[in-house]
Ligand binder design. Sequence first.
Ligand code: PLP
Length: 389
Amino acid sequence: MTDHDHAADGFATRAIRSGQGFDPTTGAVVPPIYQSSTFVQEGIGGLRGGYEYGRSGNPTRTSLETVLAALEGGERGLAFASGLAAEDALLRAALRPGDRVVLGDDAYGGTHRLIERIHGEWGVRNTTVDLGYLEAVRAALSVEGTRLLWVETPSNPLMKISDIAALAGLGHEAGVLVVVDNTFASPALQQPLSLGADVVVHSTTKYLGGHSDVIGGAVVLHDGELAERVAFQQFAAGAVAAPMEAWLTVRGIKTLDVRLQRHSENAQAIAERLVGHPAIERVYYPGLPSHPGHDVAARQMSRFGGMLSVALRAGADAARAFAESTRVFQLAESLGGVESLIGYPSEMTHASVRGTALEVPENIVRLSVGIESLEDLIADLEQALDHVS
Ligand SMILES: *Cc1c(COP(=O)(O)O)cnc(C)c1O
């Protein structure tokens, strides 16, 4: 592929051009999908462009990994078959039996399950802590054997904001690796490596892909020994992003910047509208000045994103009725696509933590605000709230 270095370009230019040089044999503006499992050698060991076999590398995957690194400001991007596959490879690369992970008490449920139930079986221990209390984080990090601090902000579903720079500082004081799951913000809004984090992970299934048509994950970090170890996990365990998935994700990334602009505008307007609604007890959105994390969010994010949650005044039944009464917002798991989705966390995304200290209140409904016409979204939410008030 033919391309110049885009390191000095603006974010939206990098999203469209990094790793996307036109095809030199035909001039195709969009590089083809290399839907091939293997690559012909010029004599034994004579690899063309370094490609040998699709698990070790594929040009379409390289193009995704290049743009991911460019957007997060890392030197190395590694693309996986899912967000959890990416997390798993990172954890296996970074940890050994007996090591301890400190993670937020509202981390993505699948991340907690992976660390607790998969890595736990191999002797990795974990402590959950409220990342908003820096003294509690400092105390947790001081426990012998702690190697890794896992941060997720904004968190799910209550949109808690954690101070990445402060947490990275604490993590480094304690000599641990600081990882940020940047799925909810995306690099269009927040770039944790520039705030001091060591590693960024993504479920590219969400905003990066952006169209609810692909499952994928990524690890982005600075080059070096850990990057080599993650790359070895990717190659040797094999949970790689497939060519079609990588290509779809690259296509989605080209519009990341404009999508997040519209997601954020729509979510802000909806949050402001719902604040005064008689059926709503509370709106959880970092773009509201009343949100406890507003100031930190304003400092570390360029916009406040498309995710928000609401608490229904009338309780669990009202929340369920609301989630089942929208027409534009479709009732489904996941987030970050162009279409608006609505979810009932306590029985959907967070069903596995019901009855534990990590459970989500039963009157909470989560919205993934899409990029449809704002007036349609507002009218839809208002008609659905009429069913419950
Ligand atoms: C969805 C999600 C994941 C897991 O990603 P998959 O692609 O579903 O494996 C991890 N973290 C967050 C914050 C998520 O929303």
